[in-house]
Design a binder for this molecule. Structure first.
Ligand code: SAH
Length: 218
């Protein structure tokens, strides 16, 4: 098992510097900042990259995918929990498992789907070693959602489709929020959808850059 306490470049001081940056970039939610300070991001990437784990940047995790930038993980989490902590959340795109760890530190039950099996297997090992017991995994296309475990009080997607998948909207409970990047490479925006009794209210948050949301399994 990898070193959980962290030494050298992964020291608490290095991590605290990231928190200072996140605050400068506008992250305000203390619950989120507190979790970002604690989650050992260096464990979710190859050892060769771990000296860069607390830089505010996306890094490669293999299979053409990346571990999300800390700022965007913090921002999406903040948007998801702004009006209260959901009881359960569906995450689309487990990837390295880093965002799953942030969510599972705040939310009682996390359901995470990923289309690339080896990535999800690896994430499962790391998250189990770190001690998370409240994350359920499924090797699946997030475009289908995960109906059996829904509806969800929150849904968060880490890959950008061209349009919001209808199944994700259907699996939101009333009052729930979906935080998702939308659009083609190079001109994506982060959106937050809130399901009300009679409609879906869409807010456009800011420009972002995510890997594409792909169909089918790999
Ligand atoms: N939050 C993750 C982000 C990983 S990148 C992290 O910090 O590591 C986005 C992930 O979404 C990739 O692993 C990619 O394989 C996955 N993905 C893309 N389209 C998907 C889909 N339709 N269903 C499930 N996962 C998908």
């Amino acid at each position: 098992m990898k070193d959980l306490a962290g030494i050298g470049m992964t020291s608490q001081r290095t991590r605290d510097r990231l928190i200072v940056q996140l605050k400068k970039l506008g992250i305000k939610d203390e619950r989120v900042l507190d979790v970002m300070r604690k989650v050992p991001r260096h464990l979710f990437m190859a050892d060769a990259l771990s000296s860069r784990a607390y830089e505010n940047t996306a890094l490669p995790i293999g299979h053409g995918q990346t571990i999300s930038q800390p700022y965007i993980v913090a921002r999406m989490t903040e948007l998801l929990i702004e009006d209260g902590l959901p009881e359960n959340v569906l995450e689309v795109g487990t990837g390295s498992g880093y965002q799953s760890a942030v969510l599972a530190s705040l939310i009682p039950r996390v359901f995470s789907v990923e289309r690339i099996r080896p990535l999800q297997e690896q994430a499962k090992v790391v998250l189990t070693n770190v001690g998370y017991k409240n994350i359920n995994f499924k090797h699946s296309d997030g475009g289908w959602g995960w109906k059996a475990c829904g509806p969800y009080q929150g849904i968060l997607a880490a890959a950008a489709p061209k349009e919001i998948p209808v199944k994700l909207l259907e699996q939101l409970s009333i009052g729930a929020k979906l935080v998702i990047p939308i659009g083609e490479d190079g001109r994506q925006v982060l959106q937050r959808v809130t399901r009300t009794e009679s409609a879906y209210e869409v807010e456009t948050i800011e420009p972002v850059s995510f890997v594409p949301f792909l169909n089918g399994l790999a």
